[in-house]
Design a protein around this ligand. Structure first.
Ligand code: UN1
Length: 510
């Protein structure tokens, strides 16, 4: 008997949703590249890789669009982003459903991701009236100095499967408000959601007469397509989200042509549970951060340092949560942990667990969860691993729901361990002691781009700058002043006098 008759078909569901989202059938039914749903393992689309010539033409068209777009006043540009936000609001349930089908996220997280897109659109609309520079005092009489922010050009966006739509929007909403064009290469694993977002963008653009043709485009394919963006002289900024290995390949090539890199790479995020922590709150914070999104966020919690005085009160409760958390079909209400993206991710998780066991780790969970159609889908119970110390495997990022738990005695020791990994994305501390909290977020505390108190390391909102240090790549996206990465700064000195005094007292009288 066909196993798939036992479960709702992801393929027909995806077809319905893609239709409603306005994606033309030839874009997702006629290509050579099969797209599999991690939910059932079914093929839910056949997309066509963009040919090298077409990639070049798309970048050229985006550049031409930028030349027109940069002259549209910024608040008008914001209006296009507002319309995009409206389309996203209207399509939230459908796009969220497609994220579930293509990336395996549970419904609330999938819709949360679309909400994050809406939020950044709102943010960018406001930003479009706030692209301001400084006015600076000069040493010369009758002079004025100021800085002006100008559009940059074509922004290349390379995104990962785990946030298949939100990451594009963090870049694109700002880039569009800033006067740039965008060419997007989504993950090979999640091209359908990208095509859907592009269709929504086109709906918004159709309602906006000032949007030039080619202002936002999607190019599909593997590494070569990303490389075309990285190498193209008319792409002054590439924003790339993915593994540290990918960043290592991309960054030097951008540097070689003096282009900008905005990198969001690996994370290996920790949390510290202190003696004074509210353990109920910490339990919920740790559970969401470590098991949510099946451990497939860059910000997922992977390392937990628990003070020895609360270890025995806390860790058994956490283990019970691991044993009971609902793993299953992400389309079903009540499921909290959906599938891993593919079987390769499952195998990488099992290899990491074997290595942890060898290093003295005691593993709870981590077993495959049988599902109808389970031969081709990767459902797994999240794993909690009690480790004797921060061994090599703990210091590596495995993109799967594995939480390594360790005891600590002194906070300084826990902070050192928090920082003693190559990655530097996110971190958090659970404590009611303000001295501990402040130390953790101080210059002597966490070395990460994100340091939280009494919430886990994942689930950031868009108002803050998002990104991390060290092997995480140093990029910052979304809020605060991240928009500056998408513009170029000109410093202007204006002389409104009739003489020409030179700076630094230099004399040059001819
Ligand atoms: C990622 O995992 O690539 O902070 C980004 C969070 C989300 C973004 C995660 N807002 O968890």
């Amino acid at each position: 008997m066909n196993l798939q008759t036992k479960i709702a078909s992801a393929a027909s569901d995806a077809a319905d949703v893609l239709g409603r989202l306005g994606v033309r059938p030839e874009l997702w039914t006629a290509g050579d590249r099969a797209v599999r749903s991690p939910v059932t393992g079914e093929i839910i689309g056949q997309v066509q890789d963009t040919s090298p010539e077409r990639v070049q033409a798309t970048i050229e068209a985006a550049h031409a669009a930028y030349l027109a777009w940069r002259s549209v006043p910024a608040p008008r540009r914001g209006e296009l982003v507002r319309l995009l936000g409206e389309e996203l609001r209207a399509a939230k349930a459908d796009l969220g459903r497609l994220v579930t089908l293509e990336a395996g996220k549970i419904a609330s997280e999938a819709e949360g991701e679309v909400q994050e897109m809406i939020d950044i659109c709102d943010y960018a609309v406001g930003l479009s009236r706030q692209l301001f520079g400084l006015t600076i005092a000069t040493e010369r009489p009758d002079h004025r100095m100021m800085e002006t922010w100008h559009p940059l050009g074509v922004v290349g966006v390379i995104s990962a499967f785990n946030f298949p739509v939100a990451v594009w929007s963090w870049n694109a909403a700002l880039a569009l408000a800033c006067g740039d064009a965008v060419v997007w290469k989504p993950s090979e694993k999640t091209p359908l959601t990208a095509l859907a977002v592009q269709a929504l963008f086109e709906r918004a653009a159709a309602r906006f007469p000032d949007a030039p043709e080619g202002l936002s485009a999607v190019v599909i394919g593997g590494r070569e397509v990303g490389e075309a963006l990285v190498e193209h002289p008319k792409v002054p900024l590439v924003s790339a989200t993915g593994s540290t290995a990918m960043g290592r390949a991309v960054a030097p090539r951008l540097a070689a042509r003096f282009a900008r890199a905005l990198l969001e790479l690996g994370g290996n995020n920790a949390a510290i549970v202190c003696p004074s922590a509210d353990l109920d709150l910490a339990l919920r914070g740790v559970a969401f951060a470590a098991m949510g999104t099946a451990g497939q966020r860059c910000t997922s919690l992977r390392r937990l340092f628990v003070h020895e005085s609360v270890y025995d009160a806390f860790v058994p409760r956490l283990k019970a949560a691991y044993a009971s958390v609902a793993v299953g079909d992400p389309r079903e209400a009540g499921t909290l942990v959906g599938p891993l993206i593919d079987l390769a991710a499952f195998e990488a998780m099992q290899r990491a667990l074997a290595e942890a066991r060898k290093a003295g780790g005691e593993v709870t969970g981590g077993d495959p969860v049988a599902m109808p159609g389970g031969a081709v889908a990767a459902y797994v119970r999240p794993a909690l691993v009690e480790m004797p110390g921060q061994t090599e495997i703990v210091r590596r990022e495995t993109f799967a729901p594995i939480l390594y738990v360790m005891r600590y005695r002194e906070l300084s020791e826990a902070i050192d361990l928090n920082n003693d990994v190559p990655q530097g994305l996110s971190s958090s501390i659970f404590t009611a002691d303000m001295r501990e909290a402040e130390l953790f977020i101080s210059a002597r505390g966490s070395d990460c781009g994100i340091a939280n108190v009494n919430i886990g390391p994942s689930g950031a909102e868009i108002g803050g700058a998002f990104g991390g240090e060290k092997e995480t790549g140093g990029g910052r996206e979304a809020g605060s002043d991240s928009w500056k990465a998408y513009m170029r700064r000109a410093t202007n000195t204006m002389n409104y006098g009739a003489t020409l005094p030179l700076a630094q007292g230099v004399k040059f009288d001819i």
